[in-house]
Design a protein around this ligand. Sequence first.
Ligand code: C5P
Length: 223
Amino acid sequence: NRQDELSGIHVLVTAGPTREPLDAVRFLSNYSSGKMGYALAEEAKERGARVTLISGPTKLEPPQGVNLISVQTAEEMFNAVKENFAAADVVIKAAAVADFRPRWVTSGKIKKESADLLLELERTPDILAYLGQNKSNQILVGFAAETEDLLVNAREKLARKNLDMIVANDLTEEGAGFDVDTNVATILFPEGEAVELPRLTKKELAGVILDQVAKLLRRTKED
Ligand code: C5P
């Protein structure tokens, strides 16, 4: 019975892009719509989980009954995730976290005084890598959105970030990736197993991901 498949389970989902300020009126970001993360939050809620959704700026309506925490920057998302990590049983990191941020944030508006402007960027914290290093018994699910060598890169991330599952989606496939309502993905596991999926709506894909999460939860309960 799907309705209570995840009852008693606390699922933490991150979604959307982050915004990294450059000055008082500008930021660096990406095209993430948040659709995949919101679909996961909704599906987890429908299966009886307690859901915390940590989201960057999106145009989406949060699903009924989920605890929404709104953030802007990678740093804010990192702090919100750390605060909610210990209480979570499952963490699904669907957010497209900015990998770099401006090293200096100008307090006012940058003036167009010179012909060129050189931006210096620094790395943001890798939230998921931190979780992988600090997990107790949480199930960690990551996403890998790639434009080349998808499965090789996804396997590498699965191992390096100490994940239990990674959802690899090919940004070059039609009907996959940012802002569309469908996705084409392969789910990979540390033991080498791979579940290759056809084009699904993000809601359907959320269902398949949570089926796999439920399977892992049953397995850890048996051990
Ligand atoms: O950016 P990358 O391809 O490494 O993203 C893989 C996974 O790591 C995604 O699940 C993403 O949400 C997560 N990530 C993160 N913090 C970052 C970068 C990525 O949690 N700074």
